[in-house]
Unconditional design. Sequence first.
Length: 268
Amino acid sequence: GAFQKKGHCARILSPEEAERLAKDKVLVTDFKQTKLEKEAQKNWDLFYKRNSTNFFKDRHWTTREFQELKACREFADQKLTILEAGCGVGNCLFPLLEEDLNIFAYACDFSPRAVEFVKKNSLYSPERCKVFQCDLTKDDLTENIPADSVDVVTLIFVLSAIHPDKMRLVLKNIYRVLKPGKCVLFRDYGLYDHAMLRFKSGSKLGENFYVRQDGTRSYFFTEEFLSQLFKAEGYEQVANEYVQRETVNRKEGLCVPRVFLQGKFQKP
């Protein structure tokens, strides 16, 4: 079973959780942090080598959670151009293309291996999709996508994998290809998500920023941080809230608190 609530209040920690987080003050050394930044692409490539297309479930919830994918049309069969920034192996992309025949999608990922998996997928068609490898923090999207041409950008569980100092570069890059008046749809890890509380001591890179055992990194967003990030790059905030899900495993008597941040940010 699971229940979900949305709102502007962050999750409240139990005293034990608060104590554990307060104690975890030791940061990974600067040397190792520099190495992780240099090897970020290699670590994600190895992640996809190990897991191929089996790690993430297909995201059939996208159109339910983001009504804008339908609402941004001016008439029923209007063709939409979307960009999935950080497409992975296509878990979000292919369900979307299947559900909505009037979408053309650009899709890019940091990992060359992930891009190859997308191209090999039986649902991949160059008539409906253009996929390319891209480091969103430095490769100019306008080399593959015309400026001011995209109706919707999805940024789903992507920004958290990028160093907080470089996140603004991603938003600046996306801004160039988005049509005026159109939106970025955002969903990612929120502060005090179950995954954040599971990190062992010695995994901390900075405030709300951690490294997994495989070298991939994860940032956990607050509503305020996300709002400032987008607004600083010229976006207007349309929506920005925590999504708290409590997944109950009755068999094992476990209650797993998941926290995500979901937002919609418009280019004026």
